[in-house]
Ligand binder design. Structure first.
Ligand SMILES: NC(=O)c1ccc[n+]([C@@H]2O[C@H](COP(=O)([O-])OP(=O)(O)OC[C@H]3O[C@@H](n4cnc5c(N)ncnc54)[C@H](OP(=O)(O)O)[C@@H]3O)[C@@H](O)[C@H]2O)c1
Length: 379
């Protein structure tokens, strides 16, 4: 069967123009619109129509809605970089690969708002998406659609940072900031698979309890009573007294930035690696907002880097994949092998119906839960 014609009326979220911030975009420039089933007479022979079952609500989806991301679709477009679903129609050239009803997950670097080319407007916040056959992977049998929507971006980021850049080894200790987030929790999982000891940080003791249950060896709450970042170097040093090179961690995975980065420079042993992963605490750096001296521009003191013999490593996963495409083969190969062995199962946070997309995006932006939340466009 090449087509499932069960239903043709759908809906999708549309970003009509970029906002000043994600919350401004949400208030003024995003809407839920009727969506006609994609007209197959306009599609290419290797295209596949997907009935979307689950779409991750990602940090990047939010940033993109305010034009704060390095590579974006132009409005109007539908957000939802990563999603999973059921194949509903297959173009002639892809029929040996895919069949109607197959459960698939979409690769956000090859299709959707962050991709290049003609599939950019098809994000997962929609009843239907169109993707080229090569951008789809079979959903592992034991996984839910929600797990499939939380795989590529989170785990590829974790692997790129910890393995390709950080060279994290079994027996080493890694300090993971933003560990309750989508990529941070994936980093906890990957670090444990690699045999490292994980010290995870976050602002919420309740979320940290979940991070510990998900595999972190130690957790440290970093929020002072007034909301600022508390001193945590003593706790880290106490947990790493026996390490070679003095107390301190071997690797820092920093997805938060700002004051967390500064305090972390006091938590490393000599010769450690410091992974610059993201800036969840200082997100507005594009469109001139990261100008020198602006509050969101992260600046680290070079004297501490020098005295600690620190390797400071920028870890942009998508940019590196574009500049050095060969790196991806090893990364995906290793991750998919772990999936096959049952060692890697993505975490998924709460699920919202498509009508509640604004609530889901607000919840994600304000870090209300552990991991990523998802939208269920088709119930
Ligand atoms: N390098 C790469 O290739 C790459 C790829 C994907 C994402 N990123 C970046 O990595 C960062 C995290 O992404 P994500 O998808 O994991 O986001 P996320 O799911 O929203 O998680 C971010 C975590 O950071 C913490 N956080 C948020 N706001 C904070 C604040 N103001 N102060 C301190 N902590 C805060 C929160 O933990 P608590 O509430 O527990 O404190 C939250 O769970 C983002 O900056 C994103 O752009 C980088």
């Amino acid at each position: 069967m090449a087509e499932n014609t069960a239903s043709s009326a759908g809906r999708h979220v549309v970003v009509s123009q970029f906002g000043e911030t994600p919350m401004d975009a949400l208030a003024h420039h995003l809407s839920l619109e009727p969506q006609a089933r994609p007209d197959r007479s306009t599609l290419a022979a290797d295209d596949v129509i997907i009935n979307v079952r689950s779409a991750a609500v990602g940090w990047v989806d939010l940033l993109m809605s305010s034009g704060q991301y390095q590579h974006m679709a132009s409005p109007p477009y539908t957000p939802g970089l990563e999603y999973s679903g059921e194949v509903a129609w297959v173009g002639q050239a892809a029929r040996e690969q895919w069949t109607v009803g197959d459960r698939v997950m979409a690769d956000g670097l090859l299709t959707g708002p962050r991709s290049h080319g003609r599939h950019r407007q098809y994000g997962g916040f929609a009843s239907w998406a169109v993707a080229p056959a090569k951008a789809l992977h079979r959903l592992p049998e034991a996984w839910t659609y929600d797990q499939g929507a939380n795989f590529f971006g989170n785990y590829e980021t974790a692997w790129h940072c910890l393995v390709a850049r950080g060279q994290l080894q079994a027996g080493e200790t890694v300090l993971i900031h933003g560990a309750s987030g989508s990529t941070g929790l994936a980093a906890v999982h990957v670090a444990k698979i690699l045999g490292a000891t994980v010290i995870a940080t976050g602002r919420s003791p309740a979320k940290l309890a979940e991070v510990k249950a998900a595999g972190a060896d130690h957790v440290i709450a970093t929020a002072a009573p007034d909301g600022s970042v508390a001193r945590f170097r003593d706790e880290v040093r106490a947990l790493t007294q026996d390490g070679a090179g003095g107390p301190g961690v071997d690797v820092v995975y920093d997805g938060v930035g700002g004051a967390i980065s500064l305090e972390s420079l006091r938590c490393v042993r000599f010769g450690a690696r410091f992974l610059l992963v993201g800036w969840a605490s200082t997100p507005f750096v594009a469109r001139g907002k990261g100008a020198r001296g602006a509050p969101n521009a992260n600046q680290l003191p070079t004297n501490l880097m020098m005295m600690k013999g620190l390797d400071v490593l920028g870890c942009p996963t998508a940019i590196t994949t574009r500049m050095q495409p060969s790196v991806r083969k090893q990364r995906l190969g290793q991750l998919l092998q772990w999936v096959k062995e049952g060692r890697l199962r993505p975490h998924s946070g709460p699920a919202y119906p498509l009508d509640a997309y604004a609530e889901a995006m607000r919840a994600k932006w304000t870090s209300r839960f552990v991991g990523g939340c998802v939208l269920h466009p088709n119930g």
